[in-house]
Design a protein around this ligand. Structure first.
Ligand code: NAP
Length: 469
């Protein structure tokens, strides 16, 4: 595959990159593995210090890095600045909190003294998507760097500029050679890396299809994996909701990053009482969206990332309409000279409509009318996905109870579903497994090694169930 930046706003090729050959990959593996061995004997504080520097680097170079994101995948410049800022925050979070998360945990045992000590495991191979090219990388890089797991990564073929810039940023901030290596490689080369005995972890963020392929490869080679996949997140609006609060976020909940967010609210599930008002609210919010140059501060809706992404989304919308959905707002921009996809709303989606089961990765809102709260929960859970979700209700405690009934990995009550370093991120069902961010995120590729120490001066067999293990 060609690693190529095509500016999504102009559809002009900016730069094409050469693929890395097997010798380059072998060199990267050798250096990364040697670093893993070296790091095993070095204090974690040394890496924490470098992670502080990485954080500072992202802060100091915000606009420059943000421009790389805009050119690669077309997001709004202001959103790109936000992405760089969250990267700095994640690096800082693990720099300051990571060591605490990895402290020894004593265990009470009949055998005497024991503890779990958290060790690095080895090189981790990451495969990352284009929608948040730096943020997705930082979610994997920062915790693994602190733990002592060097990272090799294959980034999306349409965001090579970001792939190169991320590697350069962490190296310039002081990370040693082999700690974070970008590889422009094909899928077969990824599979060979996964099979290599020096690699002990595989992290993928991407589609369900890629998840199945990468997880199968990891399984075949007995490598631990984490999968951060797609979603079709519900946004439940209960009867007693203060709709003025919903109004503040309903547009952004779907349109942020041109709707290309795994945790965008994709299915708005509204009880009969509020349905008409919420539909109108969403129409008003979508009508305000202004497409244009992502670098122009007047633009509020960026183009989609690629021509291919637009064609794929159009195809899914046509399938939904053919299956009986109603286009309740907007019209389809079928002109393929540009990647703009003006927001639309689909209603009347039945269970036998393909849209009911599909992730729309772009500015497509689906609104469902339900009889009552229980019907809202049932509909939310009637999905192959389980990534995020939002529940709004007048009584936050009750809304939180409803949230607990939604089968998903993350749920926000009466709030926008954002991301911060300390909140674990990940899903269930076809949205994947494992977690990134927070304390859980640093534990993914850690060996919790149990060490039992007999403090008596004789071997004590009394408490070992007769030596049975
Ligand atoms: P994708 O096609 O699966 O691509 C993601 C990455 O996987 C790219 O680097 C791609 O490389 C690579 N890839 C795909 N198949 C592969 C294989 N068999 N072997 C090795 N590498 C492979 O994903 P996408 O459709 O571009 O990205 C959007 C999806 O990601 C959405 O479903 C979205 O919801 C999900 N996502 C999830 C999260 C989360 O945290 N849960 C976050 C962001 C996005 P190429 O580009 O070279 O094909």
């Amino acid at each position: 595959m060609a690693y190529q930046t095509i500016n999504p706003f102009t559809n002009k090729v900016v730069k094409t990159y050469e693929n890395h050959d097997d010798a380059y990959v072998e060199d990267a593996l050798t250096k990364a593995h040697a670093l893993y061995k070296k790091w095993r004997n070095e204090p974690i504080e040394d890496r924490a210090k470098i992670l502080h520097q990485v954080s500072q680097y992202f802060t100091d170079h915000t606009d420059e890095l943000a421009r790389v994101l805009v050119e690669d995948m077309g997001k709004l410049f202001t959103e790109a600045q936000g992405e760089v800022a969250i990267c700095a925050a994640i690096a800082e979070y693990y720099a300051t909190q990571g060591e605490r998360f990895l402290e020894k945990q004593p265990i009470e045992t009949v055998m005497g003294y024991a503890h779990v000590e958290n060790h690095s495991m080895g090189v981790v191979m990451a495969v990352e998507p284009w929608n948040f090219p730096f943020y997705q990388m930082m979610r994997v890089f920062a915790p693994n760097f602190l733990v002592g797991n060097p990272l090799l990564y294959k980034h999306a073929s349409n965001t090579p500029g970001s792939a190169v810039a991320f590697e350069a940023a962490v190296r310039e901030a002081g990370a040693p050679e082999g700690s974070c290596v970008n590889l422009f490689i094909n899928y077969d080369q990824v599979n060979k890396i996964i099979a290599d005995m020096r690699v002990q972890g595989v992290a993928l963020t991407g589609s369900e299809r890629a998840g199945k392929e990468i997880a199968a490869e990891a399984g075949r080679n007995l490598k631990k994996s984490s999968l951060e996949l797609g979603g079709s997140d519900p946004f439940i609006i209960l009867d007693d909701t203060n709709l003025d609060e919903v109004n503040k976020i309903i547009g952004q909940a779907r349109l942020y990053n041109a709707g290309q967010v795994c945790t965008s609210s994709k299915r708005f599930i509204v009880t009969e009482k509020n349905y008409d008002k919420v539909l109108q609210m969403m129409k008003d919010a979508f009508a305000k969206a202004k497409v244009g140059d992502p670098l122009d501060s007047n633009t509020t809706l960026a183009p989609l990332s690629t021509n291919k992404a637009k064609a794929g989304l159009l195809e899914k919308v046509h399938a939904a309409l053919d299956d009986g959905a109603t286009l309740a707002f907007g019209k389809l921009n079928e002109n393929m000279d540009n990647n703009f996809f003006e927001p639309i709303i689909l209603t009347d989606i039945d269970r036998d409509n393909s849209a009911y089961w599909t992730e729309f990765f772009g500015p497509v809102g689906q609104i469902y009318k339900v009889k009552d709260e229980q019907a809202a929960i049932d509909l939310a859970n009637d999905s192959n996905y389980g990534l995020g979700g939002i529940v709004f209700g007048g009584d936050p405690n009750h809304a939180a109870e409803v949230a607990g009934k939604v089968e998903t990995g993350m749920v926000f009550v009466n709030n926008f579903g954002g991301t911060v370093p300390e909140l674990p991120f990940g899903g269930i069902k076809n949205s994947g497994y494992g977690r990134e961010l927070g304390k859980l995120g640093i534990e993914t590729f850690v060996n919790p090694e149990m060490v039992m120490v007999n403090e008596k001066d004789y071997v004590d067999m009394d408490n070992t169930f007769g030596g049975f293990v």
